[in-house]
Every structure is written in C-alpha cells, then in structure tokens.
Design a protein around this ligand. Structure first.
Ligand SMILES: [Zn+2]
Ligand SMILES: [Zn+2]
Length: 329
C-alpha cells in the first residue's frame, strides 16, 4: 500500500549515489482534475522506472499529473521534474529563490565554481586541498533536467487540490528557497528536507546561501513548532509523528555542535577549516575518514555554525588578510 493517508501516496525513489540517503520520497496527492506530485527524484533510468512502476500500481497515468511542486532544487528533489513535465504537461512550481539557482548551478557553473574556490580559500582551506573540495559536486548536473518553473510560490500562498488546501511555508536553511506544505485541517506537513525523522539536514554557508542560514533555519523551526501537525511526510526516510519533540531534538543537536566548536576553538583565533578538521562528524568519523564531498560539507557546515554564533555575538569574526578567523569573545 502506497497510500500513507487518504488521498496521498508515498512513492520511494532510489538515489544512485552512495554519498547520501538511499532514497527520496515523492508524494502524489489526489485532486479533482489531476494529481499534484511533490518532489520528483533524480533524473536516472532507475528512478524513472520506479516512478513509472509505482504509478502503474496506483493506477495513475503520467498524463493525470497536473502539478509538480519542488520543495527545493537539489538533484534528488528536482532532477526528474522536467522529464515528468514533458510526459504529463504538468506545471512546475517552486520558490523564486530556487528558480534562480537552476541556471548558475546546473547550466553555466563556471562562476559558482570560482566563488566556491574563493570561499574555501578565505576560510582557510590550503590551496592544494581546495580543488578537490571545490569540484566535489561537479557531475551532479547529469542527474538533472534543468527546466524552469511555470509558477513561483511564496510564503503564505495556497495550493488547492481535491480535498486538500496546502499553505506554502518558506523554510530557508537547508536551501535558501526551501518550502514546506502545510494542510491545517488534516494536520499534515510535507516537510521536504527541512525536518527529517532521523538525520539532521545539512545546513551550509555556500556562495548561494542567504546570510546566516543556520540562524534562519532554527528560527524557521521555532515558527513551525507552533503549528498543529500530526503527520509529517518528509523527503527522506519515512513518514512520522512526534512533530514538536523532533524539532526540539534538531535544535538541541545544533546547540551541541556549537558547544563542540567552541571547545575546539579554545582561546585561539581559528579558521573554519582548522575547526572542521577537529570535529567528530557523523558516527565517530574524523576529517581524514571523510570523502571529499563530505569534507566540503564539513567546512561549510562548520562555517554555518560560526556565522550563526558571530551573528549572536557569541564569537568574533576577524577578517584578516583574505583569510577569515573566528575567536571567542
Ligand atoms: Zn536537499
Ligand atoms: Zn534531499
């Protein structure tokens, strides 16, 4: 049974990349004239095959999908949206900030690579390590059919489909234009990568992120916590309950990481890179155990914590000769 709650089907699509979660969840919401598909999976044959087979099982044809909503444009959530649009004629909708990421991230990447290069060096990554960190995401664009949205959605907009009226909630942090869908009558939240049941989503400072993304993320979690939510339909893992306790856990996790960073920092001025190398990552992993893709995430996640603590005046940011240092005040 794929119907996780009346009118909403849960579709698990495989992700063919060992560096992250094994699958992404798409949700198909029944409407009066057509279905709404929330998130799309990578644009790979195995993902497409799984989607196709699941739709056959449910008894829905591609032509019955009338809207595709993209929570954010990471390859696992957005990659196949264009391919599904071509088959169905569905409209694609997303937040305008995500729309602006498509071209520089997946079509003409030179400028973004240049900005990433500079950001890594400014944050203390040695020149001889910078290149492999900078290029760690090159190649992901092959899993994306870069198609612009037909509709942009902002915080507070509503989407009505069948018996559901979803409120769009802008939830910046994991991606600057990330959105969640909230159904207040049914007390359901489609949470994308904003709130996941077990893993904490990656919150990074990178050249395209908004200022203080971790601070914005925590703020957004605290606002969401006020909502009456009984069922969370996340972008990875499985649907779950226990909304407020999970939010508290995520906020607590980030505070523990803040404290770990402060203890690594001691009373010295340190760069983001120096700190990231001394943090315990994941389940007891050290810097040297991490693949380059995760080393880069480690640097940018550490930076997100440092920027948040600097914004809260818990530490000082010391821009020096190009290289940025942070120090406890
Ligand atoms: Zn994501
Ligand atoms: Zn994801």
């Amino acid at each position: 049974m794929t119907e996780v709650t009346p009118g909403i089907h849960w579709i698990k699509l495989p992700i063919d990349d060992a560096r992250g979660p094994s699958h992404i969840n798409a949700y198909l919401v029944r409407g009066d004239v057509g279905y709404l598909l929330v998130d799309s999976g990578w644009n790979t044959d195995s993902s497409f095959g799984t989607l196709h087979n699941t739709l056959v099982k449910i008894g829905v044809g591609f032509e019955e999908i009338s809207q595709i909503l993209v929570t954010h444009v990471h390859p696992d959530h957005y990659g196949m949206a264009g391919r599904i649009k071509k088959l169905s004629g569905a409209t694609i909708a997303m937040h305008p900030i995500e729309k602006d990421f498509i071209e520089p991230r997946y079509v003409h990447m030179e400028e973004l690579l240049h900005q990433t290069d500079r950001m890594l060096v400014d944050n203390g990554v040695p020149r001889d390590e910078m290149e492999k960190l900078r290029d760690a995401t090159v190649g992901l664009e092959q899993f994306i059919d870069p198609t612009p949205p037909d509709i942009t959605l902002r915080d507070g907009d509503t989407i009505t489909t069948g018996e559901f009226t979803f409120r769009v909630i802008w939830t910046p942090g994991h991606s600057s234009g990330h959105i969640c869908l909230y159904e207040p009558d049914k007390k359901i939240l489609l949470s994308g990568d904003h709130i996941l049941p077990k893993i904490t989503p990656n919150i990074s400072v990178h050249p395209q992120s908004i200022e203080n993304p971790l601070g914005r993320y925590i703020e957004s979690l605290k606002e969401l916590r006020q909502l009456n939510v009984e069922l969370i339909l996340p972008g990875h893992d499985q649907p779950f309950t226990g909304f407020a306790p999970r939010i508290d856990e995520i906020i607590h996790h980030h505070e523990l990481r803040n404290r770990e960073i402060l203890s690594v920092m001691g009373d010295q001025a340190r760069t983001t890179y120096q700190i990231a190398r001394e943090i315990i990552w994941g389940v007891n992993s050290r810097w040297h155990d991490l693949p380059e893709f995760h080393q880069r995430m480690a640097v940018f996640e550490t930076l997100a914590h440092l920027e948040m603590m600097a914004a809260e005046s818990r530490i000082d940011k010391l821009p020096g000769k190009g290289i940025i240092y942070y120090r406890q005040n």
